[in-house]
Design a protein around this ligand. Structure first.
Ligand code: PA5
Length: 429
């Protein structure tokens, strides 16, 4: 794996002995995961999905054929309807690879990831002027938020495009069951299947993420290539020294036992803000159960150094930080040389902004570590489809290891039902 983990700044918090002590537990979790014999093993289809897909190419070819068909409509907007694992991965990759102020055609926008009437009313207005193709994604096919949004959007599409609307709507759902599947059969929508052994938050590397990203022109082959390479490595190495996912799981679990109950994923790149949203769902929903779990939070610096930075430096010492560092950015800009110190910036004249950003990152890591926050860093070569596929697979793998080591089933989410049953009761369902 090209992304490396730098853990030099946890030396004051974790010793070699701590690693040696926890290694047998992490190895046990690795065994449970890779032999598919742990809790929730019915939902471990994602482990070998990238290599299977790379070899069979069935899904990639089907998506590419759909992309060709959709080009006939010349869409400027791909509307993704979904919530949780059915949209966060797409959004993470889309944002990471779409720099600020660069418009993509087609763009991807989202609906049904909340039920704010104002948002959806404005969305309907916006879509009046757009040439839209809809991808509606729901594994269960019954989730309330996307179901409401899809009813709105289906009605809109039928009014705007008439019979053609059924070709402009694509469904990603379970192979056999759910209201969405029945609707797709009745209306004749093209359908992609979410494998029954892959749960929502582990599904970004299936049609759930690949279809919308493919429709938008991203290299879905590169995403799968990166994930498949990572899969090969993580399935063949089972020591904390050689396996980055095991190392990360070990660090998290050692720190958790030392009372570090919050992990903050930090980066100096605004494009990674929604990547952290995907990561938070993955870890929060997988680990947070049975009164256990590390609370996943995120910040984007240097913006948040002027907000949560104070707390991280100086607040309750129950936190640790994992940075997403990017080694190479596509474009940069230099600070103008004016031979002037009017703004007290003479010392930075001619330096690139990424130079300053990198120094700010290193300085922040050191300051936080000195303030009592264990800091690790993932050094990502650059933001590309390949490296994001690699990274997402690694986080999924490490999350499952970490949950097993904590003694929880990573693949269920019983706690999500509580709000639903209350809401249904109050709505009179
Ligand atoms: O990880 C999960 O399983 C959940 O977050 C789901 O992705 C989310 O609840 C959406 O479910 P569905 O795809 O069934 O609509």
């Amino acid at each position: 794996m090209k992304t490396k983990i730098d853990f030099t700044l946890i030396e004051n918090f974790i010793s070699e002995k701590d690693f040696n002590n926890i290694e047998p537990e992490i190895k046990k979790s690795w065994e449970l995961l890779t032999t598919k014999t742990g809790a929730g093993s019915d939902f471990t289809g994602w482990i070998d999905f990238p290599s299977k897909e790379k070899n069979s190419e069935l899904l990639l070819k089907k998506i590419e054929a759909t992309c060709e068909k959709v080009k006939n409509f010349n869409p400027d907007t791909i509307l993704v309807i979904g919530i949780g694992g059915s949209y966060l991965g797409t959004r993470a990759i889309y944002d990471a690879l779409t720099p600020a102020f660069c418009t993509r055609t087609p763009e991807i926008i989202f609906a049904g990831h909340q039920i704010d009437g104002h948002y959806h009313a404005n969305l309907l207005n916006y879509l009046e002027k757009r040439n839209t193709v809809v991808v509606v994604i729901s594994k269960s096919g019954t989730t309330t938020e996307p179901a409401i949004a899809f009813r709105l959007i289906r009605t809109f599409m039928e009014k705007k495009y008439g019979n053609e609307s059924s070709q402009r709507i694509i469904v990603v759902t379970d192979k056999n069951k759910g209201a969405l599947k029945s609707l797709a059969n009745t209306k004749g929508y093209e359908t992609f299947e979410i494998p029954s052994d892959i749960g929502g938050r582990f599904s970004v590397l299936t049609a759930v993420g690949l279809l919308p990203l493919g429709l938008c022109g991203f290299s879905i082959r590169e995403i799968i290539n990166g994930a498949a390479e990572c899969e090969k490595e993580l399935l063949s190495k089972n020591s904390i020294q050689d396996n980055i996912a095991m190392r990360y799981a070990a660090i998290r679990q050692i720190l958790y036992r030392l009372g570090k109950t919050t992990e903050i994923q930090s980066s100096f790149y605004p494009q990674l803000a929604t990547f952290s949203e995907w990561w938070k769902q993955l870890f929060g929903e997988s680990e947070g159960k049975n009164q256990k779990g590390i609370f996943p939070a995120s910040v984007v610096f240097s913006t948040d150094l002027h907000s949560l930075g104070q707390y991280i430096q100086d607040g309750t010492r129950n936190i640790f930080e994992s940075f997403l560092s990017v080694n190479k950015i596509p474009k940069d800009v230099n600070i103008p040389v004016l031979n002037s110190n009017d703004d007290e910036l003479l010392y930075l004249e001619g330096k690139s902004m990424s130079y300053v950003n990198n120094i700010a990152e290193k300085a922040t890591q050191i300051a936080h570590a000195q303030g009592g926050v264990p800091v690790i860093s993932f050094d990502i070569p650059e933001l590309s489809e390949y490296y994001l596929g690699e990274l997402m697979y690694m986080f999924e793998f490490s999350c499952a290891l970490s949950a097993y080591t904590m003694g929880v089933n990573p693949f269920d989410q019983p706690g999500v039902e509580a709000y639903k049953s209350k809401m249904f009761e109050m709505l009179g369902k």
